[in-house]
Each structure stands twice: as C-alpha cells, then as structure tokens.
Design a protein around this ligand. Structure first.
Ligand code: BGC
Length: 362
C-alpha cells in the first residue's frame, strides 16, 4: 500500500495512519539535527517534533552544534533509549556508518532528513528538496539581479552585455547537498561565463576553491576579504556573488561593507538560501538580492509520513529513485520544490504562507 503525502499541514496532524488517534501510540522517535546556530534547523526540529507529537509519538530531539562525535553519541543514546525510528539531518554525511549499523542491528529504520547519509545501506528513505534545482535558482537569482534573465532563467530583451565580475561560494564539502547546489548553479552560469558576460576575476572556479566548511559565515567572510584584496585592489568592482546559504551571504556582506562598498548602485547582487529572518530583512534593505525558500514545515510532513509508513510496514510515497546514490545504493527519495524570494514577493511567499509574520520581517 502506498501512503500519500498529505498536502502540507501547517504543523497539524500529519495525515497518514489516520484513525484520528494518530499513528504513534507513544513510540519514541529520535530526531537528530545538526546545529542551532542556523535558524532553519530550529524551524525543522520544531516542525518535526510538533508533527510527530500530533501523531502520538514521543520525541527525542537533539542538536549537535556541528560537532560530529556529539551527533554520533546523540544517535547512540537514542538507540539505547529505545527509539523505534530515527530521523537524521547529518553534519557530515559520511560519518554515521557505524552508528547506523547499530541502528540496523536493533531493527530501527532511518529517514535521512534534508541531507543524504552516505556510505551505508542502513537508510530507509530520504526526504529533501530538489537540490540541483535549488542551485539553478541561486544562479538564476544572480543572473536576474544583473538584468540578464527573468527569475525562471529565460533571457530578457535588451539584456546588458556586461562583462560583470562575479565570485562564487559553495557549501560544506562534507554535505552531499553542497555539490548538488554547486552543479545546478554552475550548469546555469557556464554559458554566461563562456560567452564572457560573466568573469570570475579571482579565477577561483572549482568547487574545492569555493567550498565553505560547515557552511561557516566567518570562513566565507575571510575568503571574500582575501578575494577583494587579491583581485579587486585595482579599483574594479564585484558585481555579483553566488552564495549557497544565507549565513554565508551575511559573511560576504560584512566583507564587502568592511571593504567600503555601500548599498545602492554599486552594491553587488548576492544570492542565498533558507529565508532566514535576518536575511529576509537584508533583502528588504537591499543588501541581499534573493534567497531560496524551502518550506521546512512541508519537509517535516514528508519525513513524518515516511516514518509512519515504515513503522507500519508500508511504502511511503517517493518521487525520485535515480539521483541520490549514497555510495551504497540509490536511496528512494521524496523531493520538494523550492522558491526564489526577492524583495517583490516576500509578502506573497513568506508572509501569506505563514512562515514569517509581517511584524517579524519588520
Ligand atoms: C541545507 C541548506 C542549508 C545548509 C546549511 C544544507 O544541507 O540543505 O538548506 O542552507 O545545509 O545549513
């Protein structure tokens, strides 16, 4: 039997299992999240917990502050405490092989949450977004800000010829998503780089050069400072920066401000991801051009429905059985859609959907 994904419930009862009592009847589910230092994971943790509890589960929700041994021991503890299922957003997707063997030995199913868990057979399903498409959207938002395409990536009449100077950042190399974002963005930017419309003045065009360990904003700030010093001291301007995450964008913004850039005409077009509150405010004030909104409530619903299904020996709905090879096998996945947010659609995308209130955005 196939359990269908209910349309997003805004933290309400998740749909499947549905005899009104909820599917959980007091079973414990362990939920391992990477860090509280980024707002999105707090939203994720809260939404998963709330939706599991609405189904009648007990929840052990843990954050590991981006420390791998801490995450491993939190998962060990969940197993010891008798968790019947695990939902895991990994820090480093390659470091859970042993602990997930312990979970498998105890017959505990595992749902990989947002980030693929690699190098193990002991993952049941993967709930995420279309991560390649997120990268395409990040690149399209930079191209759109420079006046080259519309937000869907279609060419626009009378587009400027450039050349525009851009710099590029990637996410954490131990996070499987980072290469998907990068590949989507590179495939989208490449024709413009090949045509000479975009110039990466630093010459730093490889993933390895652009990567930002643990998605750390300060690391990104330092790299941006170095690039500004080494490649832009001659007075040329950076026109655009591809950034894969709002926290990285904030680091880039600090580096630009410290180097004397001021918002307005000369200020570069900067992308982002996650629609974090400070970054939505930065979009409103013109410091950041765009972010990518991924509705964590819908992701929580997908993961909770997968959990309910596996615990009932049912097959959850999946929509991708090709793209997420974790090094052991292709993990059956359910991928959600993401949306580009720019100043003009903040209200429509973020406020009307109840993700942020008008007051929070300020
Ligand atoms: C997530 C992004 C997030 C990044 C940093 C990625 O795995 O998919 O939404 O921006 O981690 O937390």
């Amino acid at each position: 039997m196939v359990v269908s994904l209910a349309a997003c419930s805004q933290g309400g009862s998740g749909g499947s299992g549905g005899d009104g009592e909820g599917a959980g009847s007091g079973q414990l589910v362990g939920v391992a999240m990477p860090t509280k230092s980024s707002e999105r994971w707090i939203q994720d943790g809260d939404a998963v917990k709330e939706q599991l509890e609405a189904e009648g589960f007990k929840v052990d929700l843990q954050y590991a502050e981006d420390d791998i041994p801490t995450q491993v021991s939190q998962i060990e503890n969940m197993i010891t405490k008798g968790a019947e299922a695990l939902i895991i957003a990994s820090i480093d997707g390659t470091t859970l092989t042993q602990v997930l063997q312990d979970a498998a030995d105890a017959d505990i199913p595992v749902i990989a949450y947002d980030r693929l868990i690699r190098d193990t057979e002991n993952v049941s399903y993967y709930a995420s977004f279309d991560n390649y498409k997120v990268g395409v959207q990040q690149a399209n938002s930079v191209l759109n800000g420079l006046g080259l395409v519309d937000l869907e990536g279609a060419p626009v009449d009378g587009a400027p010829e450039g050349p525009f100077n851009i710099e590029m950042f990637a996410g954490s190399p131990d996070d499987n998503n980072a290469t998907f974002f990068w590949d989507g963005a590179q495939d989208t930017l490449k024709p413009f780089i090949d045509a000479g419309t975009l110039v990466v003045k630093s010459g730093q065009t490889s993933f390895e050069q652009a990567a930002t360990l643990r998605w750390d904003g300060e690391t990104a700030q330092k790299r941006m400072e170095n690039i500004l010093t080494s490649s832009y001291s001659d007075g040329t301007q950076v026109d655009g920066v591809l950034s894969p995450y709002d926290g990285i964008s904030r680091g880039i913004i600090s580096a630009l401000t410290d180097a004397g850039y001021a918002t307005g005409e000369e200020w570069p077009i900067i992308s982002g991801q996650d629609a974090e509150l400070d970054s939505v405010k930065a979009i409103n004030s013109g410091e950041q051009f765009a972010t990518i909104f991924k509705d964590t409530r819908k992701l929580a619903t997908a993961a909770v429905e997968m959990t309910v299904a596996v615990l009932n020996d049912e097959e959850p709905e999946v929509n991708n059985t090709e793209d997420y090879d974790n090094g052991s096998f292709v993990v059956p996945s359910y991928l959600l859609d993401s949306q580009i947010v720019v100043k003009d659609n903040i209200t429509e995308v973020l406020v009307d959907s109840g993700y942020w209130t008008e007051e929070e955005i300020g």
